[in-house]
Design a protein around this ligand. Structure first.
Ligand code: IMP
Ligand code: MG
Length: 235
């Protein structure tokens, strides 16, 4: 599916829910030697951008923001595969913890999965393939998409356009662990965003390069060696 890259319709996203993401500055670079890396990645990263502990702490806060914003309403989480899945599972665990101890008598969330593909290697193809779920099931629900990263914004813009063709949910918001500061952005903004990062290609915490690095806990930047090692990796 090919769509014009433009921000989502205003009525779709109530931007009052957006709080500033944690800002990772352009010159922040954490030495890989200060972190434990599994042997298969020791020479594949040039820096750590977001250590795993910090991801866990931010996810906890995003869950708290969501819990407070939707107090009393069941949300329908849509995990955007594959990259969003680790964030999705950690977010669900945090939402569950908060809800279970709040003694509230409603279901905190239901969920589904959607598959969206736009990247090959480190480049966006500009073409978005959507599959895996019937968006008509979103009718009348409080929908929250759970995505790994908003880069150009093309993926989320396409998903919104695809959904708007078929249904009118009660509300739609987007949780994205990361957003990239890039001149290629079409202006699409998430509502619950963990980190604002410089324009670098990142991997880890389920973000991949040719399907590699999804198993890495931290978020980091690939080294030249890592790029060479995995550039022809075929899954
Ligand atoms: P967008 O459509 O340009 O916003 O990109 C969104 C999708 O591209 C994300 O959901 C990721 O799957 C992938 N992507 C974008 N930037 C990166 C990156 O730095 N590392 C890994 N995947 C990325
Ligand atoms: Mg993604």
């Amino acid at each position: 599916m090919r769509v014009a890259c433009s921000p989502a319709p205003k009525e779709q996203l109530d931007k009052e829910s957006r709080r500033d993401p944690f800002f990772i500055s352009d010159d922040l670079s954490m030495d890989v030697n200060h972190f434990y890396l599994p042997a298969h990645y020791t020479d594949s990263l040039q820096e750590i951008l977001v250590p795993h502990g910090m991801i866990v702490d931010r996810v906890e806060k995003l869950a708290a923001d969501i819990t407070s914003d939707y107090n009393g309403h069941t949300i329908h989480l849509i995990c955007v595969l594959k990259g969003g899945s680790t964030f999705f599972y950690d977010l669900c665990a945090a939402l569950r913890r908060m809800h279970d101890y709040s003694n509230q008598n409603y279901i905190p969330y239901t969920f589904d999965f959607i598959r969206v593909k736009s990247y090959e290697g480190t480049e966006s193809t500009g073409k978005v393939e959507i599959s895996g779920m019937d968006v008509k099931t979103l009718e009348g629900k409080h929908v929250v998409f759970v995505e790994d990263i908003i880069d150009t914004g093309l993926t989320m813009t396409s998903l919104m356009a695809h959904m708007n063709e078929f249904v009118k949910p009660k509300s739609v918001r987007v949780a994205s662990l990361v957003e990239k500061r890039t001149s290629r952005s079409c202006g699409f903004k998430g509502d619950y965003v963990g980190f604002s990062i410089p324009d670098k290609f990142i991997v880890g915490y389920c973000l991949d390069f040719n399907e590699v690095f999804r198993d890495l806990n931290h978020i980091g930047v690939i080294s030249k060696e890592g790029f060479e090692k995995f550039k022809d990796h075929v899954w």
